[in-house]
Ligand binder design. Structure first.
Ligand code: MEV
Length: 313
């Protein structure tokens, strides 16, 4: 029996625009998904006691196919993340499963290989997007994606005519409060909506460019530990994401309420519901206002570790 885990993530700056090759910054968080794999004597592979099927286990099924598993397995998962909360649960289940399957087979792939496999699996299930979630939860800590090669380069991922470069970056001393709206929205639909807008409308392309520019400022702010600047950029990023049509009235209300006690706040991940994040040094106050507005708050320890074998073969 083997167990592997992977963390969730928050996107600090640059979601959606990263799909068009703009830079983005994400961070693994200290809430994880675990995947346990063991041999099953006969029959078909089971996930959490049910026969594996695409409808309920799409990421796990695609991961098994990619690794080329040809014997029945008993796969069990457990999660500290709400699925659909915009906190990278799809990436975490994909990467934890890939890690566990490799360990089960006695392979020892490096993180780059697992991140690339994860991007492939996520793409098969969700359709085209960027490797930000899968690379962040594989690597852990804070991660920058950009088409340019920056310092602390980890690996590159190519798809069609785009190359994303993945870098690690130090995390300043900071506290993030998440506010979960409880509204579930599909990443694939939101990415497709932005694509439609982007292709038809120069204004949408200008908004994506503007997000790309503010992320570059954000990378410097992170390096300088300038939380005032980082927060201001997060709030601007939220307004631009709202223009792209991926916010939700509940997200806007939680962002607005948090701003009173925060350096800045924004939706995180695909949007349309899911969660917002606030950068703050008053996490209790922010949690209180998020609760009052009907959100579910939790305070995050930044920069969880990446994919990890918890029980080896
Ligand atoms: C989802 O967490 C982030 C998006 O930018 C999609 C992607 O880049 O894969 C919305």
């Amino acid at each position: 029996m083997v167990t592997c885990s992977a963390p969730g993530k928050v996107i600090l700056l640059g979601e959606h625009a990263v799909v068009y090759g703009k830079a983005a910054v994400a961070m693994a968080v200290d809430r994880r998904i675990r995947c346990t794999v063991k041999k099953k004597a006969e029959g078909v592979t089971e996930v959490n006691g049910f026969e594996i099927n695409f409808k309920h286990h799409s990421y796990i099924l695609e991961a098994c196919e990619l690794i080329g598993i040809d014997e029945p397995l008993k796969i069990d998962t457990s999660s500290e993340l709400h699925s659909g909360a915009g906190l990278g649960s799809s990436a975490a289940i994909t990467i934890a499963t890939l890690g566990a399957l490799h360990e089960f087979q006695g392979d020892k792939p490096d993180k780059e290989t697992i991140a690339k496999e994860g991007f492939f699996v996520e793409g098969k299930v969700q359709g085209p997007a960027s490797p930000i979630d899968t690379s962040t939860v594989t690597q852990g800590g804070a991660v920058i994606l950009s088409c340019d090669v920056l310092k602390n380069h980890l690996w590159s991922i190519k798809k069609d005519d785009r190359t994303w470069n993945i870098h690690s970056t130090p995390v300043p001393d900071m506290t993030i409060v998440v506010g979960y709206t409880g509204v579930h929205a599909l990443t694939s639909g939101l990415v497709a909506g932005v694509k439609n807008f982007y292709q038809k409308n120069t204004f949408a392309r200008d908004v994506v460019d503007e997000i790309g520019e503010l992320v570059l400022e954000g990378i410097s702010a992170m390096e300088d530990g300038d939380l005032n600047m980082l927060g201001e950029l997060m709030s601007r990023n939220h307004k631009l994401l709202k223009i792209l049509g991926v916010s939700h009235p509940k997200l806007d209300s939680l962002v607005k309420a948090s701003l009173r006690y925060s350096y800045g706040a924004k939706l995180t991940g695909a949007g349309g519901g899911g969660s917002m994040i606030a950068l703050t040094d008053k996490p209790e106050k922010v949690s209180e206002v998020i609760s009052k507005k009907g959100g579910l708050p939790f305070i995050l320890e930044p920069a969880g570790s990446g994919v990890k074998v918890e029980s080896p073969r």
